[in-house]
Design a protein around this ligand. Sequence first.
Ligand code: GDP
Length: 311
Amino acid sequence: MDLRNIAIIAHVDHGKTTLVDALLKQSGSFREGQAIAERALDSNDLERERGITILAKSTSVNWGETRINIVDTPGHADFGGEVERILSMVDGVVLLVDAAEGPMPQTKFVTSKALALGLRPIVVLNKVDKPDAEPDRALDEVFDLFANLGADEEQLDFPVLYASGRSGWADTELDGPRDSLRPLFDLVVAHVPPPEQVAKADAPFTMLATTLEADPFLGRLLTGRIEQGSLAAGATVKALSRDGKEIERFRVSKVLAFRGLARQPIERAEAGDIVALAGMAKATVADTICDPAVETAIPAQPIDPPTITVT
Ligand code: GDP
């Protein structure tokens, strides 16, 4: 299946949650539509009852033959390098801006990191249904922000959509048909490159651990993007520290993929995909999880103590 990995960047209250909900509802293309969203929610409830689900801060939606992983980014400035680590898993970002408020200080931090990583944002001017919306002014402010942050020419030439996430539409024109989020799905697929990792599908498995969580049932969970190769649940892997020292070998007890709002155990994950792994005792953020034959760690930025999210 074709894959895209993106992050949605937004100031708090600019409508990220509402937009992701609308994307989930409209995804699976119009063929399967609602059924998929409902199934995702159902299985999530079921798993929650059994105590094994972790409400993902990331989601994935299907659009035709393409699966779009959407990873969440903290909206606030953090000092642990978490934003960089998360953005290094994706190949594109959607910058969501309230068309009445324009870009806010907290958006700037994450935007600056995205631009520095060479990502080319898609700009969505959201809530244009608000009576006080000023999409033209908001657009000028976004352009100025990018220019001030040193965006290159390609980044400054960003595609723009006008949207109302709450009404479930987005369009390249303000006076467009306002009937669906199709233009946003299509733009993500067209503008965001597929992960390069897909090309390295036959190599031995490697993954850079990006975030760490403590799940009450599964224990330590490390999320990251598979750099090369594939991983089957039950496989034995090892963890290498940033300097290439072996930390531990362990059996991968679960490979969890994002499906709708839930994380679901899968049998095998492939290069380019973003997954969470369970089974490790010591491995942590910035470690390389890899096939036992691999000797070299994936280069990772130095980190402050990782943020642990207890779910
Ligand atoms: P988040 O903090 O970015 O996740 O924002 P939410 O999705 O929770 O939305 C914040 C508030 O904005 C809620 O009251 C939403 O109902 C409202 N909202 C979200 N999208 C829109 C929109 O397209 N138009 C309008 N008028 N309000 C919206």
